[in-house]
Design a protein around this ligand. Structure first.
Ligand code: GLN
Length: 302
């Protein structure tokens, strides 16, 4: 990990930090962190692996897990599971598909999933549920929401407001749009380090089980399927390129983090705030490509 962190530090190409959420524009472009937790629970980490960053869309893996636990396969009436081939905040397919988003990882899909979690709860309770789940998975009660990021996104999230209203017009959302968006903006604003994220992702590398406690987070079948959706949709219109280069299920966020899963082997988190054209971490992807190549971890073989 130290070798990879050093190689990344020396590269001149870094991508650009997201600026459409003003608070994210403050991130340090030079930062790079990586943390890997293997089957036996051993942690290897390097660089800025303890620095907190905005998890953003990576939290969509955990809201999908929660929602599947709550309503089971009925969730798939609200959201599809096909790659979109479009940017994460695109609205075009919603009209063609009657307000049902393509998959749970594009913004529209994640907003629909959040709406399912919210049903029957107050927004504060739903958010508490999501946060509790993340803390439990990461075995870290200090994980919290960065209120400045949440407020920043709420102030400027006009596109997400449009997506949510569009879905609401088709009856895809059950709750008041501002309640659903409030929970969505806040869960995207959860701040985590690479180490915490890698800890939280362990169940996906171990057939749904927390390997340390043996606790079954989700059935092996669901874990396998979440990994499949991460592989096909986790990087939006960059998912094909990520599968081609890295060969692991992965989920990115505009904060520059990526959670990647080597099934049966390891849970991996990388962070570098500079993004590529599709809004995925530029160095994060390159670091993962380097790692999977050296370890022979691609799910498609050595
Ligand atoms: N909160 C961000 C948004 O809604 C999440 C996007 C992302 O991480 N790709 O735009």
């Amino acid at each position: 990990m130290s070798e990879i962190a050093e190689e990344m530090r020396q590269r001149p190409d870094r991508g650009d930090v997201a600026t459409y959420i003003p608070e994210l524009a403050r991130a340090d472009r030079q930062a790079f962190g990586i943390a890997v937790i293997d089957n036996a629970g051993q942690i290897a980490a390097a660089g800025d692996c303890e620095t907190l960053f905005s998890a953003q869309s990576i939290t969509k893996v955990f809201t999908l897990t929660l929602a599947l636990g709550m309503v089971g396969d009925r969730l798939w009436r609200r959201v599809g599971r096909e790659p979109s081939g479009n940017p994460f905040n695109s609205i075009v397919q919603l009209e063609l598909e009657k307000g049902v988003p393509r998959n749970p990882f594009i913004n529209a899909g994640a907003i629909a999933v959040t709406d399912v979690i919210l049903s029957g709860h107050q927004p504060r309770e739903a958010l508490g549920e999501i946060l509790r789940f993340m803390r439990e998975l990461a075995e870290d009660p200090t994980i919290a929401i960065d209120e400045a990021v949440a407020a920043s996104e709420k102030r400027t999230g006009f596109r997400n407001v449009a997506l949510a209203n569009f879905m609401k017009s088709y009856g895809v959302l059950d709750n008041p749009v501002d309640f659903t968006l409030g929970v969505y903006f806040h869960h995207c604003a959860i701040a985590m380090s690479c180490r915490q994220l890698a800890m939280a992702g362990r169940y996906l590398a171990h057939e749904g089980r927390n390997p340390a406690t043996g606790f079954l987070v989700i059935s092996p079948e669901r874990a396998r399927r979440i990994n499949a959706i991460m592989l096909t949709c986790g990087h939006y219109d960059g998912s094909g390129e990520f599968a081609y280069r890295v060969g692991l299920p992965g989920k990115s966020g505009v904060g520059g983090g990526i959670l990647a899963i080597a099934p049966g082997k390891a849970s991996i988190a990388v962070w570098s705030p500079g993004l590529d054209a599709a809004g995925n971490s530029h160095l994060g992807r390159i670091a993962l490509e380097t790692l999977t190549k050296r370890m022979g971890w691609s799910i498609f073989g050595d």
